[in-house]
Write a protein of this length. Structure first.
Length: 397
């Protein structure tokens, strides 16, 4: 009996213990569940708070941006309004004012045209005055006009250089073999009485306007070569100037290279025709120039035309020896603007006709070069073939 009671008590005790453990397990599970729920609720609350904060920040930024835009727009509107209020209203120009303005513009245009017309008339008169001066001078002093019709390669009775005697010249004292007295092309005595500077020669290129005295001023030693730039042979002022020999040369063409200057006039006057030698056909039609001096007549047989890049550069007038001279001839042949078969020897004398070149370089010069050939004894005709308008007409377009 006592054993049964003890067993019952033991079972009861075990039951209570099992119930207590079950209760503890449930309580533990309920606690863990509560903790999980609390944790989840906390995280959800944090996420919501964070989202609400970000949304509030975004809204604040948006509101601030909208406020800035509004303020900017309001400012611009205020500025525009201020401009509009401060700007005077345009007044409509009346018909009378319009006509006054039109008449003023018309008056200015007429005045400008009148000034241009006056300038053109003065320019034409100046050009004509220069032409008439040289035409009158030519008529006064040319006493023995001739046309040699010389061509390169023609045989000559006496090929001599300036300063040399003509070989086999007829004896004027022999009565049974009379010779006609040689008469200079122009009256140099008359010219040198008229003009204080020396008239060294007369230059002609048949078929062109070039038919001018060649001046030389005593004392020109390179520092006064501009005397004839704007002076006629009589010393009067004129833009055409004169044809003249460089003061460093001798006036009798006895230097190895005599340099002769002249302006390249737009009218074709003076050395205006030289630019035409840039065309081969012009050279072939005008291969000879003539130089008449008080002592004799020369053909200037042209063989090269070339450009110098500077107006301050001058062709060489002397050479250290014949080799240097022939090298110069070769150099200018290579640079020539036309082709020529004229031969130049080591004993020849040359003449360089220099003028301003029409190019991109306004300071450039065109140099036309020929060798001197004495024309003593060659038959001539008493005619002259001067073409007053040839220089301008043949100007390249």
């Amino acid at each position: 009996m006592d054993n049964d009671n003890n067993n019952n008590d033991s079972n009861i005790e075990k039951g209570k213990r099992a119930d207590g453990e079950a209760t503890d397990e449930k309580a533990k599970a309920d606690g863990e569940a509560a903790d999980e729920k609390a944790k989840a609720d906390g995280e959800a609350a944090d996420e919501k708070a964070k989202a609400d904060g970000e949304a509030a920040d975004e809204k604040a930024k948006a509101d601030e941006g909208n406020a800035d835009e509004k303020a900017k727009a309001d400012g611009e509107a205020a500025v525009e309004k201020a401009k509009a209020e401060g700007k005077p209203k345009k007044k409509k120009m009346s018909y009378k004012v319009k006509m006054r303005l039109l008449y003023s513009i018309l008056a200015v245009a007429i005045a400008t045209a009148a000034v241009c017309a006056v300038w053109l008339i003065v320019d034409m008169n100046t050009t004509r005055q220069g032409q008439e001066y040289y035409e009158t001078l030519t008529e006064d002093v040319v006493k023995s006009p001739r046309n040699y019709h010389y061509h390169p390669g023609d045989a000559l009775p006496g090929d001599t250089l300036p300063g040399e005697d003509t070989p086999d010249a007829p004896d004027p004292d022999v009565d049974d073999d009379p010779v006609e007295e040689w008469v200079p092309y122009v009256d140099f005595d008359d010219l040198n009485v008229r003009f204080e500077p020396t008239t060294a020669a007369w230059l002609v290129i048949e078929g062109t306007i070039i038919d001018y005295p060649v001046m030389y001023r005593d004392g020109d030693k390179g520092n006064n070569n501009d005397y004839f730039l704007r002076r006629l042979p009589d010393g009067s002022s004129h833009r055409n100037g004169s044809i003249y020999i460089d003061g460093r040369n001798s006036p009798d063409f006895t230097d190895r290279n005599t340099v002769v200057y002249g302006h390249n006039m737009g009218s074709g006057d003076m050395f205006g025709a030289l630019k035409n030698y840039r065309r081969q056909e012009f050279y072939e039609q005008h291969p000879i120039a003539y130089i008449y001096t008080p002592e004799r007549d020369y053909a200037l047989v042209l063989f090269a035309g070339y450009d110098l890049d500077s107006a301050y550069e001058v062709p060489p007038m002397t050479f250290r020896d014949s080799e240097a001279f022939l090298q110069h001839i070769e150099n200018i042949r290579r640079r020539s603007v036309f082709r020529s078969g004229v031969e130049v020897g080591e004993d020849d004398l040359i003449v360089s006709l220099a003028t301003c070149a029409v190019s991109s370089n306004r300071n450039a010069r065109l140099i036309l070069v020929g060798k001197l050939v004495v024309l003593d004894g060659l038959p001539v005709t008493e005619t002259r073939n001067r073409a007053p308008n040839q220089g301008a007409a043949d100007s390249p377009s």
